[in-house]
Design a protein around this ligand. Sequence first.
Ligand SMILES: Nc1ncnc2c1ncn2[C@@H]1O[C@H](COP(=O)(O)OP(=O)(O)OP(=O)(O)O)[C@@H](O)[C@H]1O
Length: 330
Amino acid sequence: MLQVDHVSFAYEDGQPVLENINLRIAIGEHISIIGESGCGKSTLLKILYGLLDIEVGEVYWNDTQVLGPAYNLVPGQVFMKYLAQDLDLMPFTTVRENVGEYLSVFDSEKMEERIDELLELVEMSKFGDTKVRYLSGGQQQRVALARVLAQEPQVLLLDEPFSHIDNFRKNGLRRNLFGYLKRQKITVVTATHDPMDMLPYADRVVVLKDRFIIAKDTPKNLYERPQDLYIASLFGEANRIPINILKSYADTKRRIIVYAHEFKVSEKSGLEVVVKGSYYMGGYYMIGGIYEEHDVYFHHHKPLEVGKAVFLNISIETINQRMATPTNVE
Ligand SMILES: Nc1ncnc2c1ncn2[C@@H]1O[C@H](COP(=O)(O)OP(=O)(O)OP(=O)(O)O)[C@@H](O)[C@H]1O
């Protein structure tokens, strides 16, 4: 188990970045860390790997305490691998040499087979003999993934692992990589901005905000019952709507979170909205509107004329789902 107890951290400027962080991550579990830019996701990964000295709190992998550079000549842990945003590759050597660097050379046939397997996993088989400096950013990111996997870590820490990879490859790569890590029972902690990195794959999601963990839950629970607009907005466009506008008999002060795709446009009744603009999103339009001086965003299958009044409805199931958890309602 990866255990984080009461960890607080500030960089040298003294500004606190993380406070009282507590986590228990089981062997083979896949955890995603999410939160707005600058909330401390990368800092937390660096602490887990032992790249930073913490003055408050402790980190353990099973019975081994993870200590920072003040206690380790070579920072980092042998049983963990950390794939940072700046990829640690050897630019003047080939893809195969990069992936094979840490593999045993005693059985060269086995080594070559393992390199083949890893290159296939990250869909880079064609580039085995290419020097890394000739690869694109996304290709380099895939080589870096294969290189950390070659080291067979028990724990893998990934910081925005697909940030340079195009959408065309991203989905397949995510399925390959996260499927492989699950089968190998490798514990994974991924810092990400992208809901598609976590919704289908993470066992649990940890949400950071203003130095603290504000939620830890399964992706499904967090998505369906977001405590607040901050959490919902990490998944997509979301709104806070006064419940009395939607349900006339409801308590007037309460608001619920409604995702943009959960509204249905009606010509007759519902939340009256004046259209401000329409944005083509591929499979739908994102419509920006205004009700009682509040902005609201909703999906529609076609653009709507600016200034037109439309009515928005939400299914009773969605209202009841959001009403059911008291913390969901402000
Ligand atoms: N080496 C450093 N020295 C001082 N402050 C730092 C250092 N690295 C990060 N910070 C600050 O710590 C805070 C957290 O940064 P961190 O990189 O952990 O955030 P993040 O959530 O990973 O952000 P992003 O999603 O943009 O990568 C930020 O305010 C950042 O400016």
